[in-house]
Design a protein around this ligand. Structure first.
Ligand SMILES: O=C(O)c1cc(C(=O)O)oc(=O)c1
Length: 306
């Protein structure tokens, strides 16, 4: 029987018919953070999920990639699929080598499963500490996962709220593989980008040379808005000083992504074309943009590409 899913009340669907960005990404640009949702009838959402999204298929993702002028994707396992990576893996396999993946695995994962994920293009696992998205996982379980993935040369993507960094920092620093921080550690952008909270985040990044940061999700972090809609070119300016600080201090360890299909936004859904136009605000020179969009993600996800 085909699964029928009812979306979480108030769910905002991704923006159909996005504009073509004025900023043209450099050749070979990578959208290094995006997701697929189902389709639920083919790849059912996980029983333990905290939200039920609209469908967002691999074909729709690849269409967006081409429309925005990107060449590749990194598809991050969305929490609504739990540890069933089949929709994400299906996207990787259909991409003809143009997508890599970040999976969610439990400590009991078999060697055969890990080998299969690697063969499909998975290069990392995601540890999520955002309480509205997942139940807490014991640190020992995460340790066990790290031990299992280390032989594959994978990294760990960490998603956490700024307020939780102080408690999690020591645990993060004890993980002996590269770390990739989702959405800039979710700073409170009403605070001073030169103040103690963001200072603690930058200090965490300075602690090791293999900590990377996604300068993503201005639409999630912004308080001032306005939404990137109706040809708005100056959206989310309150996020710029935060992202730009990270790009300028760590030009070789930053990544950018659309975060399409933008789960759990509640007040607006951005036009992805206009989100791309945000990039020159945070990476002001062609050299910084080339690192952000091409060199860095290629080094992390396609190290063997010519
Ligand atoms: O902030 C979020 O709601 C969110 C959720 C997910 C997910 O459910 O996987 O991924 C993200 O990158 C961001």
């Amino acid at each position: 029987m085909t699964a029928i899913f009812e979306k979480t009340p108030g769910w905002l669907d991704w923006y159909a018919g996005p504009s073509r960005p004025q900023f043209r990404p450099p050749e070979g640009a990578v959208d290094a953070h995006c997701h697929v949702f189902g389709p639920g009838a083919e790849f059912p959402f996980a029983p333990e999920r905290k939200y039920t999204p609209c469908d967002a298929s691999k074909d729709q993702l690849f269409e967006l990639r081409d429309h925005l002028g990107f060449a590749r994707n990194v598809v991050v396992q969305a929490t609504c699929h739990g540890a069933d990576n089949s929709a994400m893996v299906d996207a990787l396999r259909a991409s003809g080598g143009l997508a890599r993946g970040v999976a969610t695995v439990r400590p009991g994962v078999s060697d055969a499963e890990l080998a299969e994920l690697h063969e499909a293009g998975v290069r990392g696992v995601r540890f999520n500490f955002v309480k509205r998205l997942v139940d807490t996982v014991p640190q020992q379980d995460l340790w066990d996962v790290v031990e299992r993935i280390t032989p594959y040369g994978w990294h760990v993507v960490i998603y956490f709220e700024a307020a939780d960094l102080a408690d999690l920092r020591d645990f993060f620093l004890s993980i002996p593989v590269p770390l990739v921080i989702d959405h800039m550690g979710r700073p409170d952008v009403t605070k001073d980008p030169h103040g103690p909270e963001f200072g603690a985040f930058l200090d965490f990044m300075r602690a090791r040379p293999d900590i990377w940061c996604k300068v993503t999700c201005p639409e999630r972090l912004s308080v001032s808005g306005p939404p990137a809609l109706d040809e708005e070119q100056r959206a989310y300016l309150d996020v710029v000083p935060f992202a730009r600080r990270v790009v300028e201090e760590f030009p070789d360890r930053v990544l950018w992504g659309t975060d399409w299909p933008h789960p759990n936004l509640t007040d607006h859904m951005p036009d992805d074309g206009l989100l791309v136009d945000f990039i020159p605000h945070i990476a002001p020179t062609p050299k910084l943009r080339h690192k952000l969009l091409v060199d860095n993600p290629m080094r992390l996800y396609w190290p063997d590409a010519d």
